[in-house]
Design a protein around this ligand. Structure first.
Ligand code: WTA
Length: 654
């Protein structure tokens, strides 16, 4: 098996890790779950376990079957009808919760808005009616390209309310990436904003959207949120008559009475695009009943969520973490959710901690890449704010190195907060491997054990259980992806063809004798750059799209903050000369084609790329070169000298 280079190097460190952190007694005593019985209960009858959680939601019609499973096709709670927005909003309106904060939002410039459950219900209903007025109905696709503003959550919930399928596109993606996603899903309406704040600048979302729409024919209307009229001026937002409408005009006229559409449990709630091993992102399709059940249960147990908690997940709604753990999971639980628009270092590096103090955040969920950035910036920024209300910390998105874990524990958590290192994916929809904070002894760098009702193991290529190999999920789970939008063959091949009826997540992992999992990173051509998934092929296609480039091979190299960074080996067309300017141009070209998250860190020009005799690029060698490592066996190469020359080139440049 081929493990990516950085996790492999990290493996030794991880295995030397013998520090143990049992749940603090005070935490355990008050925790929702504080003993192992829940694992035994779930293991004895996983379907009954999940049915119990589903039963805590509101169903218009009860289900008849908990699970029908014919790999890879799962149907959870079939026959049942429910509505996700109803469960996130209406369900909380009968008791005192209706006047409690649902969304506590802060914009980057410091403006704030708080919505109670009552408010959020009203605003969602109005916007849902507005969408209906634009001809959006059940099953129609709606693209959402917004900054982190309350309207992003409202738009998602409004779609859910009327049974429209949303496809949220991260605001950092380029016009071209947006257009590809709109076209693949054939979205009818696009919801965007005049702009959004990021590090003091305005991201011109509407301008990007207009560019994207030159290549899209399915969009009938564009709804534009006025993030601030001042922004509208700086980004010269113009509305195209007949197509574009201001959000505030639409909701001003809309009725606040919009019944929630009963949805069959298996009907699609949303599509979310994620990177895979080809140049084309996959539209991961999630269901209604199963998805909500698992995000509801995991939010409640993994974060030990209570009525008096103030919960903050720093992800963007453009990623799965934002869908499941900013919007659907926490709101289904009636939580008070903090949402922040901007960068962690604006106006200074203490911004996150000021927000924690200001709103009294008790649960904080972020990515290891952010933690490593905080470490680098220094403890003094943290010390300026009072973090004593924090009681639980979480991480997600990539393996966390023990050093960062320990820093998080000590500096942010004041050595009193348990840390939940949660492993999951866009495809799994919800958390799969994680500690339960009142039960599980944690070990820095380990996501510990499968959540109750989830069955995970490690398999070899041929399907034998092994201590180190590929992570595998051996039973269906409620929030599993149902297919890839428009490409069921790719769904079957990507996830279900390695072993019979067992899900292949694409990660390498290792397990200790007592069952603790250590997830080491991707084993396919997917990079994890600052917690974002980027396909090497996507970056390669963007590079060869440039007129100077003949061929490109992209690999990941270790990076102390981002986890991985992108290194691109490029051969130029006849007559083109390598130069620093060209390297700079190519980096910019990738950022423009995909989005700045995909900008390569290094561009290495080379007359040739190392290939096997059958013409396959030897990525492994390129990775070694990018990591500055000694080279392994090069005898299978068509021209072994290529590697020597490349290595010399790289070292000259580095
Ligand atoms: C990685 C993010 C180690 C993994 C929710 C996975 C992790 C990919 C962890 C999914 C973790 C996520 N420890 N690795 N706790 N969490 N990953 O789809 O490689 O953006 O396959 O979903 O991130 O990334 P995605």
């Amino acid at each position: 098996m081929t493990l990516p280079p950085s996790p492999e190097a990290a493996l030794d460190d991880l295995l030397r890790e013998d520090r143990r952190f049992p749940p603090p007694t005070a935490f355990r005593d008050g925790a929702r779950v504080s003993d192992e019985a829940i694992y035994r209960e779930a293991e004895a009858d996983p379907e009954a376990f999940w049915a119990r959680w589903a039963g805590e939601l509101h169903w218009f019609t009860p289900w008849t079957e908990v699970l029908e499973w014919e790999a890879p096709r799962a149907r959870w709670f079939s026959g049942g009808e429910l509505n996700v927005a109803y469960n996130c909003l209406d369900r909380h309106l009968d008791g005192p919760r209706r006047n409690q904060a649902a969304l506590i939002w802060e914009g980057e410039p410091g403006d704030t808005r708080t919505y109670t459950y009552w408010d959020l219900h009203r605003e969602t209903s109005k916007f849902a009616n507005a969408l209906k007025g634009l001809g959006v109905g059940k099953g129609d696709r709606v693209a959402i390209y917004l900054p982190m503003v309350p309207e992003a959550a409202i738009a998602m919930l409004a779609c859910a309310r009327i049974g429209a399928i949303h496809s949220v596109v991260f605001g950092g993606f380029s016009p071209e990436s947006l257009a590809d996603r709109i076209n693949d899903a054939e979205a009818k309406v696009l919801i965007t904003a005049d702009g959004g704040y990021r590090r003091g600048n305005v991201v011109p979302l509407k301008r990007n959207a207009d560019q994207a729409l030159e290549r899209c024919s399915s969009i009938e209307h564009v709804v534009v949120v006025a993030r601030g009229w001042n922004i509208a001026r700086t980004t010269q937002t113009t509305l195209k008559p007949g197509r574009d409408l201001w959000y505030h005009d639409l909701v001003a006229e809309a009725s606040a009475d919009c019944p929630a559409e009963p949805m069959e449990s298996e009907e699609t709630l949303f599509i979310l695009y994620t990177s895979g091993t080809t140049g084309k992102p996959k539209g991961v399709v999630h269901s209604t009943g199963g998805y909500l059940t698992q995000v509801y249960a995991t939010t409640r147990l993994v974060f030990d969520l209570r009525d008096d908690d103030v919960y903050w997940c720093t992800a963007d709604v453009g990623w799965i973490t934002g869908h499941s753990y900013i919007v659907y999971g926490p709101l289904a639980n009636g939580a008070a959710v903090v949402m922040y628009e901007g960068a962690p270092d604006f106006p200074d590096r203490g911004r996150f901690w000021e927000i924690c103090e200001k709103y009294g955040v008790t649960i904080f969920y972020t990515a290891p890449t952010a933690i490593r950035a905080f470490m680098k910036w220094g403890e003094e920024w943290v010390g300026k704010s009072d973090l004593s209300r924090l009681r639980l910390l979480g991480t997600v998105g990539e393996p966390i190195n023990p050093e960062a874990w320990i820093w998080y524990h000590r500096v942010i958590g004041g050595e009193r907060c348990p840390i939940v290192d949660t492993w999951w994916q866009t495809e799994t929809g919800a958390i799969m491997i994680t500690p339960l904070p009142g039960v599980t002894e944690t070990r820095p760098g380990s996501a510990t054990r499968a959540f109750p009702g989830i069955s995970a193991t490690i398999l070899s290529e041929t399907g034998e259980e092994v201590p180190a190999g590929y992570l595998a999920i051996t039973r269906p789970w409620p929030s599993m992806l149902r297919t890839i939008w428009g490409d069921d063959t790719r769904f079957r091949e990507t996830y279900w063809s390695k072993w019979d009826g067992i899900y292949f997540p694409g990660d390498g992992a290792k397990r200790e004798e007592d069952g603790y999992f250590w997830v080491l990173g991707r084993v396919d051509d997917v990079l994890n750059v600052a917690g974002h998934r980027i396909g090497t092929m996507e970056v390669e296609s963007a590079l060869v799209d440039h007129p100077a480039v003949a061929e490109a091979a992209v690999v990941g190299k270790s990076h102390d903050v981002k986890g991985q960074a992108i290194a691109a080996f490029v051969t130029l067309k006849e007559g083109r000369q390598p130069s620093d300017e060209l390297a700079y141009t190519l980096k910019g070209h990738v950022a423009e084609k995909i989005g700045s998250i995909a900008r390569p860190e290094d561009i290495i020009f080379s007359a040739d790329l190392p290939k096997t005799r059958s013409g396959k690029i030897m990525r492994r060698l390129l990775r070694d070169i990018a990591e500055g490592k000694a080279l392994g066996d090069t005898t299978t190469l068509a021209d072994p000298d290529v590697v020597r020359r490349l290595k010399e080139r790289y070292e000259e440049g580095a």
